[in-house]
Design a protein around this ligand. Structure first.
Ligand SMILES: [Zn+2]
Ligand SMILES: [Zn+2]
Length: 253
């Protein structure tokens, strides 16, 4: 399985792309930059798994739905926690700010179908791909994921402050290959990170002690304006074990 990084930044400015990962051709993890895909690639997407309903993670969900509507009869399945789905329905695709695509029905098929996660359960997505949603310490219905292919497993933190379950469950996966984890702020802004339920490199070091597995760390969701400080602090704590995730990168697992 391939995880392709379409966007991995924690803020929007020139050359930066909000969080979206593509698993194979048919599944997206978050939709911050979903519309950066070509028309044909957007048509091929069947499922979008939303980590949480903050704007930087759902921003282009509505544009993806719009692109697909006139070009394919297939429904777009949108998965999320109950809280995340209700926020999207009430505050985004509510027929006010943007159409409610779940109520647009063509030939008996709704353009969009919402599906609620079952936490701590593996959700089979085809081609040997499965994900397990795990509640994390973040607002808007935040979930991290274990992502399993036929051969390996990735732990994906989503947005989170210090948390427990995702690391405990990741440690139980014998074939854990790597972790993808958010690091939004530099060490000097720990109080801001904690107040907004995010991590710094120093807080990440504590999280990785909970995991207690010597696997590569891919950091993402950096606030672009603090990038240099975050990179400096990451290398102080992790030397070369932690690397930055980059747009266009393809992780095979
Ligand atoms: Zn968030
Ligand atoms: Zn975010």
């Amino acid at each position: 399985m391939t995880m392709e990084v379409l966007g991995c930044d924690g803020g929007k400015q020139e050359g930066k792309f909000l969080v979206t990962m593509r698993l194979g051709d048919r599944v997206l993890l978050d939709a911050g930059s979903a519309a950066s895909l070509s028309n044909e690639e957007q048509k091929a997407v069947e499922k979008v798994l939303i980590s949480h309903a903050h704007l930087d993670h759902v921003h282009e969900l509505g544009f993806l739905a719009d692109t697909r509507l006139s070009q394919t009869d297939a429904s777009l399945e949108v998965y999320g926690s109950r809280a995340a789905i209700s926020i999207i329905r009430e505050h985004y695709m509510n027929d006010l700010l943007w159409p409610d695509f779940s109520r647009i029905v063509m030939d008996g098929t709704p353009a969009m179908i919402y599906r609620e996660f079952v936490d701590y359960d593996w959700l089979e997505l085809g081609d040997g791909l499965a994900i397990m949603p795990v509640p994390v310490n973040h607002g808007a219905g935040g979930r991290g994921f274990l992502i399993r292919s036929k051969t390996a497993c990735i732990a994906y933190s989503g947005d989170t402050g210090p948390t427990e379950d995702i690391w405990r469950l990741a440690a139980e996966q014998e074939n854990l290959a790597l972790v993808v984890v958010e690091v939004s702020f530099p060490d000097g802004m720990e109080s801001t990170a904690l107040a907004s339920d995010h991590l710094t490199p120093s807080l990440l070091a504590t999280e990785m002690k909970k995991l207690d597995r010597d696997v590569p760390i891919y950091a993402f969701h950096l606030k672009p304006w603090f990038r240099h400080e975050i990179v400096r602090d990451l290398s102080r704590h992790f030397i070369d074990r932690a690397v930055l995730l980059l747009r266009g990168e393809r992780i095979e697992f």
